[in-house]
Design a protein around this ligand. Sequence first.
Ligand SMILES: Cc1cc2nc3c(=O)[nH]c(=O)nc-3n(C[C@H](O)[C@H](O)[C@H](O)COP(=O)(O)OP(=O)(O)OC[C@H]3O[C@@H](n4cnc5c(N)ncnc54)[C@H](O)[C@@H]3O)c2cc1C
Ligand SMILES: NC(=O)c1ccc[n+]([C@@H]2O[C@H](COP(=O)([O-])OP(=O)(O)OC[C@H]3O[C@@H](n4cnc5c(N)ncnc54)[C@H](OP(=O)(O)O)[C@@H]3O)[C@@H](O)[C@H]2O)c1
Length: 389
Amino acid sequence: MHTDPPLPSPVYSRKNPFPARLLTNRKLTLDGSEKDTRHFELLLADSGYVYECGDSLGVFPTNCPELVEELIRALHASGDEFVPGNDGVPKLLRAALFSDYLITQPSKQFIAALAEKAGGGAPLLRELLDPLRTGDLEKFLWGMEYIDLLHDHPSVRFAPEDFAKLLRKLQPRLYSIASSQKAHPQEVHLTVAPVRYETHGRRRKGVASTFLAERVHDDARVPVFIHSAKGFRPPEDPNTPMIMVGPGTGVAPFRAYLQERRVTGALGKNWLLFGEQRRASDYLYGEEFEAMRADGFLTRLDTAFSRDQEKKIYVQHRMLEPENAREIWKWIDAEGAHFFVCGDAERMAKDVDAALQKIVAEQGGKTPEQIAEYLEAMKKAKRYKRDVY
Ligand SMILES: Cc1cc2nc3c(=O)[nH]c(=O)nc-3n(C[C@H](O)[C@H](O)[C@H](O)COP(=O)(O)OP(=O)(O)OC[C@H]3O[C@@H](n4cnc5c(N)ncnc54)[C@H](O)[C@@H]3O)c2cc1C
Ligand SMILES: NC(=O)c1ccc[n+]([C@@H]2O[C@H](COP(=O)([O-])OP(=O)(O)OC[C@H]3O[C@@H](n4cnc5c(N)ncnc54)[C@H](OP(=O)(O)O)[C@@H]3O)[C@@H](O)[C@H]2O)c1
């Protein structure tokens, strides 16, 4: 009897993302918080995906349907017009705006087309398109979206097809993986702060973070892929101490590191420095970390709740407390600890780096030149690792 050979299972990747089921969408912040940071669990069963600690998950979002409808109205369209999709294949305007294009931050091509169509009606835009005024254009566009510009220029009309051609492709967003696959073989966990803000009198939503938080219902799937981060792995030697600085959502990969060390029985010392606004409402995974401290798995746990007192206390302030500074120096210099930083790139990572330099200077008695050499050597030896965004 002839039987067909089994079909090979699909190979999932960024090009062919796996449709993952969202198992859990849980608020980590509590009443009284100014944030809405969430814990997500997605099912990877049958994906064939293998991830390591330090990797990120790529998420392909779709846009907010209300914004799609508003744009269709602003274009005086019905949504049923055919336009090129982001792969060039024609699809309905409504579908293309929903899943193919970035429909919030305007492209430069759109600004140029709008200025040209508006003629004398948009003198400022025309001025700002001067290559010498790129900075001013960026400032002008900060917090502005396509919908504002269409409303501000009601006499300008774009044919749906022309509008679609001016849009940029909707890109996936990366999220640090907050679980170890050794502890959760079928799942991947994330820690996400939804981006929400108000500009020009309108409420705005970050595409992917609010897609995860608000728009994945029932059986809907989240297209995902694994983004490998070889440069952000925990130490290979399970006995090597780790110092992890992860304020806010920056704590995500360190939850994964700790899960992995726990499940593999790694004996190295673990030190977590976590920061958020308020202990009562913003201590992300506080119960997990406090339990690890209580049973000694977390050798040290330092928290910096910035808004629990008048003067801000940040993770770098904790690092610089005399006993902590001495211990950090001992861990990194005498015991070969790896030093990790994850979270905000703009301010936190720079300030933490400055604090580390201060420790090397004061505890190690080094000159500015030697500090630079010392930290460079740590980076080269992959003992000072950052994943900042
Ligand atoms: C390696 C890596 C790991 C990451 N890990 C995490 C993680 O674990 N958790 C997490 O939450 N995020 C993480 N991020 C950030 C994440 O990828 C997204 O950038 C974030 O969620 C925002 O995406 P979004 O699509 O929701 O927002 P977008 O639609 O991309 O909107 C964000 C944009 O909105 C604009 N904007 C934001 N605030 C304002 C404001 N107040 N006024 C005016 N304009 C504003 C800015 O232009 C900003 O770039 C990571 C990023 C990287 C690169
Ligand atoms: N690229 C993007 O589109 C995007 C999207 C989302 C988030 N992010 C980044 O991800 C970061 C994480 O966001 P999050 O909401 O989880 O946490 P967060 O904003 O980093 O806040 C976490 C803690 O860090 C404190 N903090 C502020 N400035 C600091 C500094 N210079 N040094 C050390 N700590 C500092 C905060 O205090 P106070 O608040 O009291 O000052 C708070 O207690 C954001 O800061 C943002 O830069 C980027």
